[in-house]
Design a protein around this ligand. Structure first.
Ligand code: FES
Length: 384
């Protein structure tokens, strides 16, 4: 029996629908961000779903109860069928959003996406200065992003700006906020990098010190006071500085369904690296079956899989043991407690990284940053 089809859940524990569908249309991307969450072995899975496959996935997901559809990548604008997919998602009744670097969003494409019914765009920046933005993405895109921000406003979308925060740009957070206000963004997400995939390779260069984080929070609060209702600012602290883990993806197989460019269905962006789990592919199984009946989506649902210290922890329902991918990456066991938790026997792994982050500078000189790219990815072994 194919492991992807095993272990249906009983009706007593039947989860709700996959409310949030993330369609990762492609791993191709003109940028080379050092904190990218795409898998480091992405170049080993080059075959992308066809337009017809994606249209079917959208219909199946909607029929299974999905209400929100994010189109991401890589850079989703590299898919020439993006407008067609957005139009179908809109027709089906999804709330649609596009997560983009802005590269490829001309005025003509923006108009076509508006006509297709796109509800929302999230535009990413790397920093408030051309120098650092272009260095971190390894491309000359800063000025283009400014133009794209204006196009987004011209077409009447609310603008959500996103800037991944880390050691190399956190000290300029005041300027990043000021830039977002100048560009008339309604929302600004200052999400500290999470240490998966490419960001994990670069963790020692990217994890900020405690002092940097405290200053950034203070500055963000001052700017919130200054700008009031003009902009809503979200600041997310790296979980390495917490003592309890995050409820990753709001629970495994609880709300989020990610479909990767080659059609693999995952409960989170990075779950494919977990050993001993066969994740289903939308080419072989329909979305309802994937969500309710596949081994991959059922394995870490609820709390029946937990070991100690999670099993007897009074807080287990609050965080569901944290992140399965982080447990595997840091403790070597996807069923272990997330090592962010100070009850985890592997918490020292997190403390070690935090400790090194307080020392900082010499590490930056010793080891060069690894930039995301297909050649670098091909050099790395295929994980699963
Ligand atoms: Fe995979 Fe947290 S990122 S479970």
């Amino acid at each position: 029996m194919n492991a992807a089809h095993a272990t249906p859940v009983s009706s007593a524990t039947q989860p709700g629908p996959p409310l949030w569908l993330l369609a990762e249309l492609t791993y191709r991307c003109p940028l080379h961000c050092v904190f990218c969450y795409n898998p480091v072995d992405f170049a080993h899975t080059p075959d992308e779903l066809s337009t017809a496959d994606w249209l079917r996935v959208l219909r199946e997901a909607r029929a299974a109860g999905s209400v929100q559809c994010g189109f991401s990548g890589g850079e989703p604008l590299l898919r020439e069928d993006l407008e067609e997919l957005v139009a179908e998602a809109h027709r089906l009744g999804f709330y649609t959003n596009l997560l983009t670097s802005g590269v490829g969003l001309s005025d003509a494409r923006a108009r076509a996406l508006k006509d297709a019914g796109l509800d929302h765009i999230q535009l990413s920046f790397q920093d408030s200065t051309k120098e650092l933005n272009d260095f971190l993405s390894h491309t000359r895109t800063f000025e283009l992003k400014q133009k794209v921000a204006a196009i987004i406003k011209d077409h009447g979308w609310p603008m959500v700006m996103n800037c991944v925060i880390h050691r190399l740009n956190i000290d300029y957070i005041d300027r990043i906020i000021d830039m977002a206000v100048e560009l008339d963004a309604e929302y600004l997400e200052l999400a500290n990098s999470q240490y998966y995939s490419w960001a994990l390779l670069n963790r020692d260069q990217l994890l900020p010190s405690r002092e940097q984080i405290e200053r950034a929070e203070r500055v963000t609060n001052e700017r919130r006071q200054r700008y009031g209702d003009r902009i809503r600012i979200f600041f997310v602290v790296p979980d390495y500085y917490e003592t309890r883990p995050k409820k990753c993806m709001n629970g495994w197989g609880n709300v989020f369904l990610t479909v990767t460019p080659d059609g693999t269905a995952l409960p989170c962006h990075t779950a494919r690296m977990l050993p001993g789990l066969a994740f289903p592919n939308v080419r072989d199984m329909d979305v309802r079956g994937i969500w309710y009946d596949s081994e991959g989506f059922n394995r870490y649902r609820g709390d029946g899989w937990m070991k100690e210290p999670c099993r007897s922890c009074p807080e287990k329902e609050k965080d569901l043991g944290g992140c399965r991918c982080q447990a595997f990456m840091l403790a070597g066991d996807p069923a272990a407690a997330d090592p962010v938790c100070d009850k985890s026997p592997s918490h020292d792994k997190v403390l070690g990284a935090v400790d090194r982050a307080q020392r900082g500078e010499p590490l930056l000189r010793e080891r060069p940053l690894v930039f995301r790219g297909p050649e670098e990815s091909r050099r790395r072994p295929k994980l699963h």
